[in-house]
Design a protein around this ligand. Structure first.
Ligand SMILES: [Zn+2]
Length: 65
């Protein structure tokens, strides 16, 4: 092999990292927190519903576990 695989660093363009101001980020953080809370709420409600149905299943004599 006659060519080197490493690119020269002097000719590469500078990489700009975008920054987001906190004032623009705050509504989205609040929205994400709200969606997360809704997901946690419905996961808990589903677990409670499953528990009630599970007890009823045992009450009816259905073998489930
Ligand atoms: Zn059971």
């Amino acid at each position: 092999m006659s060519q080197s695989s490493a690119a020269p660093l002097s000719g590469s363009p500078a990489v700009e990292i975008p920054t987001v101001p906190l004032a623009q980020l705050a509504p989205w953080a609040l929205f994400a927190a709200l969606i997360g809370s809704v997901v946690v709420y419905f996961a808990g409600a589903d677990a409670a519903l499953h528990e009630w149905v599970h007890d009823a299943r045992h009450l009816l004599g259905y073998p489930c576990h």
